[in-house]
Write a protein that binds this ligand. Structure first.
Ligand SMILES: Cc1ncc(COP(=O)(O)O)c(C=O)c1O
Length: 393
């Protein structure tokens, strides 16, 4: 449990909190000083000493990034690939599957747009079927219906853990019980849950998991990672290989690496990797379970306060709600609300239909304002947001 003093310290260590009320953590969080320092220190050295030389000097720390991610996920370091964002991570896994005509993908209603676009894009090449798990009236997945959907044609179950809006937290562990029982590949999009929710790939039972650095992990932009379970690594063929992912062994031959780094490219910002490591270590020191408790506490206050405003409607669903709070305002578009708040020093975001097309259209929503809380936010910031919203109409 985090104390008021802890929160005060986290805010002092996050200089952005002195400038802005940041409720756009689901877009990109304010990083702590530890992240900024790690990136700046590495960049300075690189600019002075040379890129490859600095890489060599910092190799132990860069390598330790894999250990930090492995610890965050309860995985092994050889199951981790460092990439530049969640979409690259997700596609590295998705495109590596041996797709064939007749395959079925089971998806979720609140899947992230880029994932669903990838299914549709692949459908142009293969005769695939996309089936969507029905939702209960609560908005949670209908797990009984899901299990009945599984047959020998199902090649992949693809789930977005915490959708980009709508407040849902999918029961990823329950999905894993079913995929394991039926021996079906399971890809989890943990883009919004990494750093927010305590992820344990053994408990969840997913085979692949994608995440980004800049959101709830508070890492620099341009960072992300993929987890691939050892037991499925050999079934997956990367769609792009460079000389880091494979070795050119003869005129007509090459050897692909056997660990998850076969999904990486050689060139990347090492400074950002240092920032990612610093961010994950910072989160691990606080404890992701503590972070999750605090986010749920703040998000519940925010939802409750918003619900008191007669012209505001909160649109969050599911039994277990994430820190992503979605709402609409009567008489104001989401973009107008976002701009109004921004001009008064409060950052929020807005989402339109195309971010989660199936979910938004099934709920007759065209757009929502998204205020996403993190553990370093506080009750006063929520009050300030509500005060400003009271004046908006
Ligand atoms: C649920 C979810 N998945 C994937 C992504 C894509 O992440 P990235 O921009 O790091 O590729 C996002 C971005 O908002 C997201 O919310």
């Amino acid at each position: 449990m985090l104390t008021d003093q802890d929160i005060q310290r986290f805010r002092l260590e996050t200089r952005g909190t002195q400038h802005v009320i940041h409720f756009n953590n689901a877009g990109s969080s304010l990083p702590p000083d530890a992240v900024r320092n790690a990136v700046n220190e590495y960049n300075n050295e690189e600019m002075t000493m040379g890129g490859y030389e600095t890489n060599q000097k910092y190799l132990p720390q860069l390598e330790a990034t894999y250990d930090s991610i492995a610890k965050l996920l309860n995985a092994n370091r050889d199951e981790i690939a460092l990439v530049e964002n969640a979409t690259v991570a997700w596609n590295a896994a998705f495109q590596a599957i041996d797709w064939e005509n007749g395959d079925v993908i089971i998806a979720t209603r609140a899947d992230y747009a880029s994932n669903y676009l990838a299914y549709l894009h692949l459908k142009r090449k293969f005769d695939l079927e996309i089936k969507v798990i029905p939702s209960l009236t609560s908005g949670d997945l209908d797990l009984q219906a899901f299990e009945k959907m599984i047959d020998s044609k199902v090649k992949l179950v693809s789930v977005t853990h915490m959708p980009t809006n709508g407040g849902l937290t999918v029961d990823a562990e329950a999905v894993g019980v079913i995929t394991k029982k039926h021996g079906v590949l399971y890809l989890l999009d943990a883009c919004q849950s990494a750093g927010q929710y305590p992820i344990d790939v053994e408990k969840i039972g997913c085979d692949m998991l994608s995440a980004t650095g800049r959101k709830y992990l508070r890492a620099p932009r341009g960072t992300g990672f993929l987890y691939v379970r050892r037991s499925v690594l050999s079934q997956l063929t990367p769609y792009c290989i460079d000389s880091h992912a494979a070795e050119w062994t003869g005129v007509d031959s090459y050897q692909i690496r056997t660990d998850a780094r076969k999904f990486e490219g050689w060139e990347a910002s090492r400074a950002n990797t240092m920032g990612l490591k610093a961010a994950i270590d910072y989160a691990l020191t606080i404890g992701v379970e503590n972070i999750w408790q605090r986010i749920q506490y703040l998000a519940a206050i925010l939802r409750n306060e918003l619900a008191q405003l007669p012209y505001v409607k909160v649109h969050d669903i599911g039994d277990l709600k994430s820190g992503l709070v979605s709402f609409t305002l009567e008489g104001k578009s989401a973009d107008e609300a976002k701009t109004y708040l921004h001009e008064r020093g409060i950052n929020v975001s807005w989402n339109g239909t195309s971010n989660t097309y199936l979910d938004m259209t099934s709920r007759d929503l065209k757009e929502v304002v998204r205020a996403s809380v993190h553990y370093y936010n506080n009750e006063e910031e929520i009050s300030d947001l509500i005060t400003v919203l009271k004046k908006i109409n």
